[in-house]
Design a binder for this molecule. Sequence first.
Ligand code: GUN
Length: 295
Amino acid sequence: MTKLINGKEIAQNLRNQLKAEIDSLKSKIGKVPGLAVVQVGNVAASSVYVKAKTKSAKEVGIDVIDHHLSQETSEKDLLELVYKLNNQDNVNGILVQLPLPNHINEQIILDSIHPNKDADGFHPLNVGKLSIASKNDENLLIPCTPYGCLIMLKGLDINLSGMNAIVIGRSNIVGKPMAQLLLKESCTVTVAHSKTKNLEEVCKSADIVVAAVGRPQMVKGGWIKKGAVVIDVGINRIKLNTNGEIKNKLVGDVDFIEAKKNAAAITPVPGGVGPMTIACLLRNTTIAFKNSQKN
Ligand code: GUN
């Protein structure tokens, strides 16, 4: 029987733990973590994510400082806001929702966030620390989606050490940090991308497949080795024609129905990786808050 990895439930457990920790910190030191959430413009998907992140943060007891700026906001004005938040005592984590409008250089903005307040783990210093750090460093700010994937993998009854893992996609947000995390677990990691030759063959040799390409159902069921674990990061909106009726559907980067026939365990879309990303953002914010109390 293929195990369905229930991201909703695992994320709920993590949020419960964080809520208990935040309650206890509040009674001990009289303060709670603060998360600044910055959105520029009105990209529909970003609005959905920001709303979900804000709601979850409030539920675990994190203070949310919301900044929704217009699409026309200049890079300079956004930088000024980030600098202000860097110096604001009630802000422990800063999240600037991506993508930003084309006239703003994303890397300049990500670099401007103070590394200690980097709720996404995207600052070059944190990216560097992730690649150097030993396996059990609990103070690191780690990109949320790949860390969520790792928690799901570690929750399975398998020994990751020595496994062949393929990460499909080389983005800074998911693919590259995912590869670092799997390497730390002593997996043998292949990072595949749009120029990879024989992707199907490489995929067929993998014990763990993490798909993060943003292309609906690109990974076919036949590419999955019998008994492999499949983590599907994709969230793609497609239109389905059912008996002449056009319906919107959310699908992953993996052909779920076919892949499930071969996989030992697989994440669904929705209800897999998505909720884990948000829970890990709350985790990073709590870590940043605890780190700030040590200084
Ligand atoms: N856009 C898509 N995923 C993410 C994420 O994890 N963090 C931020 N800030 N923006 C995103």
